[in-house]
Design a protein around this ligand. Structure first.
Ligand code: ZN
Length: 175
């Protein structure tokens, strides 16, 4: 929340998510995480869990529109629900919001909490290199409300360290 990206930052290796991975709209992410994401979704499906990506890369301009809209709607308290432009993990291209069939693919919605998809991800996402950025018991550390749908790709080795240490991403990178 306190750390910003350089102005005009755009990841160089963005690709649109291939059709083998279910999404709720046209979404781009960094190329090097596509394989891990696809494997995670396929393995989830084997367990009868149907996942979909509802958000991925977001430009600072897009974030600005969403940020202003939410502040208008909810006032200052919205600052714990959405990042300011240049402060969003979504601008990194490594971060996705995940939803599932059981809530009819609603994106970034509190209804995702405790769904079968949420419970599967809590147990398994780190095995594919994904970690929850804003865990429930880390709100005072992250500065954001719990977001069960918001996952950041950090690679398998780091994800396992974060998972085993019950850390937030901040606690790992800024000890
Ligand atoms: Zn998100």
């Amino acid at each position: 929340k306190e750390v910003s990206l350089p102005k005009d930052y755009t990841p160089k290796d963005l690709v649109s998510i291939p059709k083998e991975i279910k999404t709720t709209k046209f979404i781009c992410i960094k190329k090097d995480m596509v394989g891990s994401l696809q494997k995670m979704f396929e393995d989830a499906q084997v367990d009868n869990i149907t996942l979909a990506v509802s958000s991925g890369f977001r430009s600072a301009e897009r974030q600005s529109i969403l940020y202003k809209a939410l502040i208008l709607l909810k006032g200052e308290k919205a600052k714990d629900r959405i990042a300011e432009p240049l402060h969003s993990e979504h601008q990194l291209g490594t971060t996705i919001d995940i939803t599932g069939k059981s809530i009819n693919y609603l994106g970034a919605n509190d209804k995702f909490n405790l769904t079968v998809e949420d419970l599967w991800l809590r147990e398994n996402a780190y095995k594919y290199g994904f970690v929850l950025s804003y865990p429930k018991d880390k709100e005072s550390v992250t500065g954001y409300d719990y977001e069960p749908w918001h996952y950041r790709f950090v690679g398998v080795a780091i994800a396992k360290e974060i998972f085993d240490g019950a850390m937030s991403v901040e606690e790992y990178f800024i000890p």
